[in-house]
Design a protein around this ligand. Structure first.
Ligand SMILES: Nc1ncnc2c1ncn2[C@@H]1O[C@H](COP(=O)(O)OP(=O)(O)OP(=O)(O)O)[C@@H](O)[C@H]1O
Ligand SMILES: [Mg+2]
Length: 280
């Protein structure tokens, strides 16, 4: 099947299908083609070709140093590939800067470098919402009257369970709350692709569910692509629709969670289980 529909149907169905097929390249897709980066002699990401689909949460797993964060950096534009390409929604974005990729819909939760440290949690989220809405300072229409944007910032704060900490200066937050604020700032930008790199790392046990619930809620939107780097296999099992495994910079497994977790390459290379045994 070449994706084309023969003309000649008289019920209009063919025409409708043809229109849908023509539109398909415009739907959201993210793809890396033979993506590679070398640091000196070390190939940190090595020829990774992979497509990500809307409505799917892909967990990216692999041992420390496997290249997971570097792969994210190549997708979001913090690093430039040595060779290979990144495609978003049918566009080759390999040469695009990180800020332009953000505007194109790639959302990445960062350590809080884009933060205004002395402003409150609430002010930071409001500024991010404002930036995403493209609202500029306007004497005639002060920010405080933009109740829609204020409501959106409030909803985001509640979504990451930071409502009670809203008046606290961003720098005064605990480590776990700072991670939640990172996620809040990403949410504010309303990305099409959500990239989480170990979002619960360093969080206390009672803080973890807030972030996992939020990711689970995001998953219900069938138009979003979600990528999650995660070491904790129980988290991966509960959230992932698909798992890809990176090992020494290479993509060594890709499939449904149960299949990938049971595969010999994961059992041996990643989970460190001897041949013939199965990880719990
Ligand atoms: N800017 C850099 N310069 C040189 N080497 C780098 C750079 N960034 C990453 N590396 C190397 O690339 C390899 C992959 O690192 P990366 O951080 O992507 O691994 P990871 O899979 O995210 O590991 P972890 O699970 O520990 O976070 C490592 O050997 C790392 O030392
Ligand atoms: Mg990493």
């Amino acid at each position: 099947m070449d994706g084309r529909v023969k003309p000649g149907h008289d019920d209009g169905e063919a025409e409708r299908v043809e229109i849908i097929l023509r539109q398909r390249p415009m739907t959201l897709s993210l793809e890396t083609r033979d993506l590679t980066i070398r640091f000196g002699g070390h190939v940190a990401v090595n020829g990774v070709s992979c497509s990500f689909r809307p409505g799917e949460l892909t967990a990216i797993v692999g041992p420390n140093g496997a290249g997971k964060t570097t792969y994210f950096n190549l997708i979001s534009g913090q690093l430039t590939a040595s060779t290979g390409e990144v495609w978003l929604a049918g566009r080759n974005i390999t040469a695009m800067s990180a800020p332009l990729r953000t505007r194109a819909g790639l959302g990445r939760a960062f350590q809080l470098t884009n933060l205004f440290p002395n402003l409150s949690v609430e002010e930071n989220v409001r500024l991010a919402v404002q930036a995403a809405a493209g609202v500029h300072y306007d004497m005639l229409r002060p920010w405080m009257r933009r109740t829609d944007l204020i409501a959106r910032a409030d909803a985001i704060l509640d979504g990451v369970a930071l409502g009670a900490r809203r008046r606290v200066a961003a720098t005064a937050l605990s480590h776990g709350d700072q991670r939640k604020l990172e996620v809040a700032l990403m949410m504010a930008l309303e990305p099409k692709v959500f990239m989480f790199d170990e979002p619960t790392a360093g969080m206390s046990v009672d803080e973890v569910p807030v972030v996992l619930d939020l990711i689970a809620r995001l998953k219900q939107d069938p138009t979003k692509i979600i990528l999650l780097v995660e070491h904790k296999m129980d988290v991966v099992r509960s959230l992932a629709d698909r798992i890809i495994v990176l090992h020494n910079g290479q993509l060594v497994a890709d499939g449904k969670p149960a299949e990938v977790i049971a595969s010999p390459v994961v059992q041996e290379a990643y989970l460190g289980v001897a041949r013939g045994k199965t990880a719990a």
